[in-house]
Structure formats: structure tokens, C-alpha cells
Design a protein around this ligand. Structure first.
Ligand SMILES: NC(=O)c1ccc[n+]([C@@H]2O[C@H](COP(=O)([O-])OP(=O)(O)OC[C@H]3O[C@@H](n4cnc5c(N)ncnc54)[C@H](OP(=O)(O)O)[C@@H]3O)[C@@H](O)[C@H]2O)c1
Length: 215
């Protein structure tokens, strides 16, 4: 929501997607967006993502924030936990790339901002599923970037450390959320990335809490 507010306040043309139509419509109404600029889609379903790309057309920028966090020691981690995490965090982005890159290639431009997070680069106890998904995401995005080098399509990866968002609401871990990066500050960093000149590419950015600088 913090990011959506920043984009809207700068007159950017904003399109929102997520799994919950009611939540999307509520956000749209708070932001003053027309209801038809929201689209309900589950990123784990390639057909829904393809339908979303047909609805939205080819955007200048995709901010791909969809992700879940299941943080548990291996003995408590179920097969379902592992598969769901990979489905959303890794395969979901594959679906986005497959659906949107052809359009971006046709217009010869585009920016895709992704959030692999610090746990896409460093391990953490309890993060076997999450880090597997985010390390995989990191490898997939860097490989695709190699394929896009001769185009003007930019891939930017933001490696966020602990940030105080609803992501942590269901995670049973003793963390100091009051020491986390604030959601509105993380939103500002994404907004900064959106505004970078097209003659170059910010391939990576890292934003972490002071007390947990893992990279
Ligand atoms: N917060 C942190 O400390 C932190 C640190 C590093 C990286 N990250 C990454 O940053 C990204 C954003 O996280 P956040 O902190 O903003 O968490 P959040 O508030 O829980 O937001 C997660 C977003 O993902 C969407 N989503 C989840 N599953 C989805 C699915 N199957 N299909 C479509 N959308 C789905 C949710 O939308 P709906 O529920 O409406 O579908 C929600 O908008 C995630 O990729 C996360 O891994 C977060």
C-alpha cells in the first residue's frame, strides 16, 4: 500500500493485482483508482497470470512483490510448505516472465523489479524452503538477465532484509520488528528504482536493518 500511494501520488498509471478481489477493490478505492485497474490473479497459476498480462497489456514497469514466508525448522517443515513456497516465490515469477517478456521484447523496453530478499543470497536457520525459493529466484533472474543483455529490458533485484510488513504476522519467530526497515522506507527504495534512467540498469540494491546486516 505504501508503494501504491507513492506511485499514485506521482501521477503514475497504477495497476494492481493480488489474490483477493475485495482487498484489491478496497485498495483501489483508498487510492482513488478505477475498479477496472485491479485484477484478481494467483501467481501460482500460469493461466491466470497470462490472463492478467492480456488485461494489463505491456506495462513500463512490473513490480513483482508476490511472495510468502514459511519459516520453520526442517523437522516441522511439511512437503506442502515446501511446495507452496516454491510455487509462489519461484514458479510464480517464472509465470510472470513467460507472460510479460514477449510484450516487452516487442516494444523493446521494460523494467521488472523483483524482491529476492537477503535470503536469496545468505542462509538462515528455519529458512530451508524460503531460501531455496529465493536462491532459485536469484539464479533464474540473473540467467534471464543474461538473455536480455542485448535488449533494453532491465531486471532489478532488491535484496531487502527484515521489513515490517504483514509478511511477518503469521511467522512464529522471535524477531524485533521495531528494529526492522519500515514498510514506507522500503517502498521509497522501490520507488527510487522505478525512476532510474533507462540508459543503464540498477541490477541490484540492498536495504537491511542496521542490527542485521547479513550482506
Ligand atoms: N518483509 C520482509 O521482511 C521481506 C524481506 C525480504 C524480502 N521480502 C519479499 O518482499 C516481497 C513482498 O513482501 P511483503 O513484506 O510486502 O509481504 P506482504 O505484505 O505479505 O505482501 C506479499 C504480497 O504477495 C501477494 N501474494 C502472496 N501470494 C500470492 C499469490 N499466490 N498470488 C498473487 N499474489 C500473492 C500478496 O497479495 P494477496 O495476499 O492480496 O494475494 C501480497 O500483496 C515478498 O516477495 C517477500 O518475500 C520481504
Amino acid at each position: 500500500m505504501e508503494l501504491a500511494k507513492l506511485i499514485k501520488s506521482s501521477q503514475g498509471d497504477l495497476w494492481l493485482s493480488g489474490r483477493n478481489d475485495h482487498k484489491l477493490r478496497q485498495m483501489a478505492s483508498e487510492l482513488g483508482l478505477p475498479g477496472d485497474q485491479t485484477f484478481e490473479a494467483d501467481i501460482t497459476d500460469p493461466f491466470q497470470v497470462q490472463a492478467m498480462s492480456e488485461w494489463s497489456g505491456t506495462p513500463d514497469i512490473i513490480i513483482n512483490v508476490a511472495g510468502i514466508g514459511i519459516i520453520k525448522p526442517l523437522e516441522q517443515l511439511t512437503y506442502e510448505d515446501f511446495n507452496t513456497t516454491i510455487d509462489v516465490n519461484l514458479k510464480g515469477t517464472f509465470h510472470v516472465l513467460k507472460s510479460y517478456l514477449p510484450g516487452m521484447k516487442a516494444v523493446k523496453q521494460g523494467l521488472i523489479i523483483n524482491l529476492p530478499g537477503v535470503l536469496g543470497k545468505v542462509p538462515m536457520a528455519g529458512a530451508a524452503a524460503y531460501a531455496a525459493s529465493k536462491y532459485g529466484l536469484n539464479g533464474m533472474l540473473k540467467s534471464v538477465r543474461e538473455e536480455l543483455k542485448r535488449t533494453n529490458i532491465r531486471i532489478t533485484n532488491l535484496y531487502l532484509g527484515g521489513t515490517d510488513t504483514p509478511f511477518w504476522d503469521e511467522i512464529d519467530l522471535n524477531v524485533q520488528r521495531d528494529k526492522f526497515v519500515l514498510a514506507k522506507e522500503a517502498a521509497k527504495s522501490i520507488w527510487f528504482l522505478c525512476q532510474q534512467p533507462v540508459s543503464g540498469v540498477v541490477s541490484e540494491m540492498v536495504l537491511q536493518p542496521f542490527n542485521h546486516q547479513a550482506i
